[in-house]
Write a protein that binds this ligand. Structure first.
Ligand SMILES: Nc1nc2c(ncn2[C@@H]2O[C@H](COP(=O)(O)OP(=O)(O)O)[C@@H](O)[C@H]2O)c(=O)[nH]1
Ligand SMILES: [Mg+2]
Length: 460
């Protein structure tokens, strides 16, 4: 088994703070031996079957009982890390947890580094790098869809695709290199059109994954939604209504919201980051001016822009305002015009406004049509999903590596089409394979591993 320095590590794997129960984990050759030293019934534990829970007391070196616990052991390779492991379920007091850790250290264990359990699992071949990263994502996931994507990645969905892509690349490389071996004789084993077709298929598949990141990243980090408009149109009221709580101050005094305010809501298993902004207008007030500048920054950052208009506002000014905002919005962003205060509307601006964006009549105050608003936001996010593939990238590191791989594939294809010699083609293909290998960790160096696992927390 791989083990950098033969150390047996220990850490509290449950969250910090007091809970009913805390879990302490050990991993390494001497896990069972060290844990047994803390028990008042070591024989029962030593004789237990792997995976079998034992109820016993834990004592200090001076024979003072610390706690009654459940304890279970696993032998390599049948554990999360692939090494001998022990888990101790003690009561959740901070004191008990720290005392047990101290006792384990006194008996020869070392305190684990952040992510060290996962790193060992990776190094021992229990899972590849992208799966280890998915474990971290799974733990961090807070929505149904975020959970689904992390789980698929952990189960190896992305890893399988990568392994298939690399296999196909390897076949191409082998063909090219075989030809080179017969270089003098000028043979061609592979039909160039066919090679190009296969390369193009690989390019398409990496493209699909690159495209899927738009959706994957939105799901993982939450979709920023900026609620913008002139002062007093009802932006803060809408934020409160969507949150179902009085989060932002609402008043009929224009300029009440001076700073931007961000809150999370979950619609249909998707996380949205609602941003209430300062109303846009020319103001002499320095603080309000700064607030408006921040609003513009939030417009740039947002993926969904809810542009709110008072249903009773004058047509001409409203149109100028909307045109001004539209200039600041890109095609990647979703602009929705909300005609608010429909409960007291004396006219209907819908026809005039709908040439600029989709229009929805609502009342933030009475809740009218807010259900439809939520539906529209969720379906826009779902529309980001690629129809080409079920595989979804959520990790920035993976995205960059797929992009690099894609560029190398494009170069390989150009070389094939230009009839260049096989060594150029195979060099590009090897590069494309190399980048994919970095995703799963088939190709890795210590620096990459350190930077990935050090972001995990201790005990993970
Ligand atoms: N009648 C009616 N009044 C609303 C509605 N939404 C907001 N208001 C009122 O409009 C005023 C300004 O609301 P506020 O949310 O502070 O606007 P903001 O400046 O855009 O954040 C308050 O008096 C709200 O009660 C609505 O849908 N209908
Ligand atoms: Mg406000």
């Amino acid at each position: 088994m791989f083990n950098q320095d033969n150390k047996t590590i220990c850490a509290v794997s449950s969250p910090s703070g007091v809970g009913a129960i805390a879990i302490i984990r050990l991993s390494g050759l001497k896990s069972v031996e060290i844990a047994a030293k803390l028990l008042n019934k070591p024989q029962k534990f030593l004789a237990s079957k792997p995976g079998q829970m034992i109820f016993t007391a834990i004592k200090t070196k001076n024979n003072i009982i610390l706690d009654e616990v459940l304890i279970v052991k696993f032998y390599e390779p049948h554990s999360f890390t692939g090494e001998n492991s022990v888990e101790i379920y003690c009561h959740g007091s901070d004191y008990i947890q720290s005392q047990i850790i101290s006792e384990l250290v006194l008996n020869g264990a070392s305190v684990a580094q952040p992510g060290e359990f996962s790193k060992r699992a990776f190094l021992n071949g229990k899972m590849d790098l992208s799966q280890s990263e998915a474990v971290a994502d799974l733990i961090a996931s807070s929505t149904k869809e975020g959970h689904r994507l992390a789980l698929n990645q952990m189960k190896g969905q992305i890893s399988n695709e990568i392994s298939d892509l690399r296999q196909k690349m390897l076949e191409l490389v082998s063909l090219m290199e075989l030809e080179l071996d017969f270089g003098e004789e000028d043979v061609q084993f592979a039909d160039r059109t066919q090679l190009s077709d296969i390369t193009e298929e690989l390019i398409q598949r990496t493209n699909n994954l690159i495209d899927s990141f738009k959706y994957g990243n939105a799901i993982k980090t939450g979709i920023p939604v900026a609620i913008i408009g002139e002062p007093n149109v009802g932006k803060s009221t809408l934020l409160n209504a969507l949150l179902k709580e009085d989060r932002a101050i609402v008043s009929n005094i224009p300029g009440t919201t001076r700073d931007s305010l961000e809150e999370l809501i979950i619609i249909d298993g998707i996380k949205f980051r609602l941003i209430d902004t300062a109303g846009i207008r020319d103001s002499e007030d320095i603080i309000e001016k700064m607030g408006v500048e921040r609003t513009y920054k939030n417009i740039a950052k947002a993926q969904v822009i809810l542009l709110m208009i008072d249903a009773n506002s004058t047509d001409k000014e409203t149109l100028i305002f909307i045109k001004n905002i539209k200039d600041k919005i890109t095609d990647d962003q979703y602009l929705l015009i909300l005609l608010n205060k429909n409960d007291i509307a004396k006219k209907d601006l819908t026809t005039k406004l709908k040439e600029y964006a989709q229009v929805l009549k609502i009342s933030a105050k009475t809740g009218e049509n807010l259900e439809n608003l939520s539906k529209l936001m969720a379906s826009w996010v779902n529309s980001l999903k690629s129809s080409e593939t079920n595989l979804i990238l959520t990790n920035n590191r993976h995205l960059e590596l797929f992009k690099n791989s894609n560029v190398a594939l494009l170069r390989a294809n150009e070389a094939i089409k230009a009839g260049l010699s096989g060594d150029f083609v195979s060099q590009d293909l090897r590069e494309a394979m190399y980048y994919l290998g970095e995703i799963t960790g088939n190709i890795s160096n210590n620096e990459i591993l350190e930077s990935i696992f050090s972001k995990f927390c201790i005990g993970k």
